[in-house]
Design a protein around this ligand. Structure first.
Ligand SMILES: [Zn+2]
Length: 115
């Protein structure tokens, strides 16, 4: 069996609601992470890979909500991959943007959901 179909993926759109993340030049991190996450969700669905999104709109997911949301889909077993999307401003001149996708395993999950 193709190993991909045994994995379940949680796609976390970083920030949201009253937490915009970083912003510059008209780009707001929470909006871009949502668009990227929705694209990933659609593409994985096209490939038949089970996945879920932590948010589908401009929703606040504070530290009291996000971990439970992530783990609520498939638990925190070895068959679950969590991708947390963030867009970090790069360099000191604000002329670059870094896409940061965090692949989290169950041991990292509790520590690294809020970058
Ligand atoms: Zn971020």
């Amino acid at each position: 069996m193709d190993d991909r179909v045994t994995k379940k993926i949680v796609i976390d759109a970083g920030h949201g609601g009253d937490d915009p993340g970083t912003s510059a030049n008209g780009i707001i991190e929470k909006d871009l992470t949502l668009k990227i996450s929705q694209y990933m969700h659609d593409r994985l669905n096209d490939l038949g890979i089970e996945n879920s999104l932590t948010r589908v709109n401009d929703e606040s997911l504070g530290p009291d909500i996000r971990p439970g949301r992530v783990q609520g889909f498939y638990g925190k077993g070895d068959d679950v991959i969590v991708v947390s999307n963030h867009i970090n401003a790069g360099g000191g001149d604000n002329q670059s943007v870094t896409l940061k996708c965090n692949l989290l395993n169950k041991n990292q999950l509790d520590k690294v959901l809020f970058i």
